[in-house]
Design a protein around this ligand. Structure first.
Ligand code: ADP
Length: 189
């Protein structure tokens, strides 16, 4: 299986690039952010997720890991999976390793999109116009998401670096240029 963790801060372009990778390599795309936003807003789980995501905080690991595992289990015949927005903590990364090992597979690589903070903020503010997302609309929430990324999520890159699975990719430029950089890394492995 080709299991790609597509990594990077909010606004790095993970969702956009995931669609390109999905198409080229025939993968399943799983975005935990999309899964949370797709929950019934009246359900207990939907309310719980929203109470964190609207403020730009991480949904607790226990809940997130369970949701991720049940999502992956929907695609038993997948050729591979793009993990977008997961793992976001070291505990999630450890859980993913265990989960994939139980299925006789593993993370193939982490591709980390590198984008400077000022550029991220510009992109997220522009995205608020079209996404209608509460967490895109408020500069204080955007800052909280970036801080959460720096404090809790960035260390996940070290986890995969230690396994020799990390490749950093310049996430600034045209969408096509960035796609081609990602293709080059995947095809080079
Ligand atoms: P972005 O990467 O643009 O910030 P996402 O759509 O990936 O947004 O995620 C939106 C929100 O969903 C996050 O701010 C967080 O509250 C929640 N979320 C998504 N993935 C995870 C995760 N792996 N662990 C905890 N919370 C998550």
């Amino acid at each position: 299986m080709l299991n790609i963790v597509l990594f990077g801060p909010p606004g790095a372009g993970k969702g956009t690039q995931s669609e390109r990778l999905k198409e080229k390599y025939g993968l399943v795309h799983i975005s935990t952010g999309d899964v949370f936003r797709g929950l019934d807003p009246e359900s207990e789980l939907g309310k719980l997720a929203k109470s964190y995501s609207d403020k730009g905080n991480l949904v607790p690991d226990e809940v997130t890991i369970q949701i991720l595992e049940s999502e992956v289990s929907k695609y038993p015949d997948a050729k591979g999976v793009i993990y977008d927005g997961f793992p976001r903590t070291t505990a999630q990364a450890e859980a993913l390793d265990k989960f994939l090992a139980s299925k006789g597979t593993e993370v193939s690589m982490m591709l980390s999109l590198v984008v400077p903070e000022e550029e991220l903020k510009k992109r997220l503010i522009a995205r608020a116009e079209v996404s209608g997302r509460k967490d895109d609309a408020d500069p204080a929430i955007i800052q909280n998401r970036i801080n959460t990324y720096n404090n809790s999520t960035a260390p996940v890159a070290d986890f995969y670096r230690a396994q020799n699975k990390l490749s950093e990719v310049d996430g600034v430029g045209s969408i096509d240029d960035i796609t081609n950089r990602l293709f080059a890394v995947i095809d080079g492995k």
